[in-house]
Design a protein around this ligand. Structure first.
Ligand code: AMP
Length: 279
């Protein structure tokens, strides 16, 4: 696995692969890799001839400077974790490579980026859409792999790829969880053992609520109970706990079309998100 830091060096490699008729898969990450990220790398290796994992802590998608500053940076161990996979390139651009002086373009997606994390993290999805569009161009990827843990992000990125004719298939991959049910996240590193244990109530609560809604119970009552359950277990505040239609993330009150529950909740100063489909 080559470590590449400049887009010109990356382009030299991708040009060669393209000329040889090889397909390219990309896995965009912000590093601090865990088994969730590695599952995306594995999916990419299965699907594409050449695989690029990108590592860039994108300042444009942080609406909170403290969150950006505290974001874990573990480049060496990230490279070691990828070693067992058939990854061709770990692409690690710095801020100046990604956003040189004079950079002035923002990609903004309406609809799917409104509400949920879009409401509580202003500017976040503009930052995501802008960096992902650049990464898809820089890597010339045919396939890009994203985790369903960030389900709204998948929908935003799908729109970007389609609306800007990027000619890249967005491939969603299932959420990887700890045995307790807690969705793996780089932010979990900031939780101590007790908080991590407490955080497992998020998945338990979502699962119980999804079952209750599937069984026909009234949605608002189920969601109120779920909110109370989280708060009773010492989590909070809750940014949102809502049901949305999967296709376009529109708010819905029934499950006549496939729907999902979405939650963002704080625990010990760390914001955790999760989502779950309703059968
Ligand atoms: P991040 O480094 O947090 O920006 O995440 C990079 C990619 O990994 C995104 O597509 C995430 O959705 C995905 N990801 C993060 N956590 C998980 C997880 N627990 N399971 C599957 N994919 C994940």
């Amino acid at each position: 696995m080559k470590i590449v830091r400049r887009k010109s060096d990356l382009r030299a490699l991708t040009r060669g692969w393209r000329l040889a008729g090889e397909s390219i898969g990309v896995v965009p990450t912000m590093g601090a890799l865990h088994d969730g990220h590695l599952s995306l790398a594995a999916a990419a290796c299965k699907r594409a001839d050449r695989v690029i994992v990108t590592l860039f802590v994108n300042p444009k998608q942080f609406n909170n400077p403290e969150d950006l500053e505290k974001y874990p940076r573990t480049e060496d161990s990230d490279a070691r974790k990828l070693a067992p996979y058939d990854v061709d390139v770990l692409y690690i651009p710095d801020g100046a490579e990604m956003y040189p002086d004079g950079f002035a373009t923002t990609i903004s997606v309406s609809g799917v980026s409104e509400g949920l994390c879009g409401a509580t993290r202003p500017g976040h999805f503009d930052g995501v859409a802008t960096v992902v569009a650049k990464l898809l161009r820089q890597t010339e990827a045919d396939f890009a792999f994203f985790g369903e843990k960030d389900y709204q992000q998948v929908q935003v990125v799908r729109r970007v790829a389609e609306d800007l004719d990027l000619d890249c298939e967005i491939v969603p991959c299932p959420t990887v969880r700890e045995e307790s049910g807690l969705a793996l996240s780089s932010r979990n590193l900031r939780l101590d053992d007790a908080a991590r244990q407490k955080a497992s109530i998020i998945y338990a609560t979502l699962s119980a609520a999804a079952r209750a809604i599937a069984a026909g119970q009234e949605v608002e009552r189920v969601l109120d109970q779920a909110r109370a359950e989280l708060l009773d277990h010492g989590l909070g505040p809750i940014d949102y706990l809502e049901m949305r239609r999967e296709r376009d993330l529109a708010p819905v009150q029934d499950t006549s079309a496939p729907a999902r529950l979405f939650v963002a909740v704080w625990l010990d100063g760390v914001r955790l998100i999760d989502n779950l489909g309703i059968d």
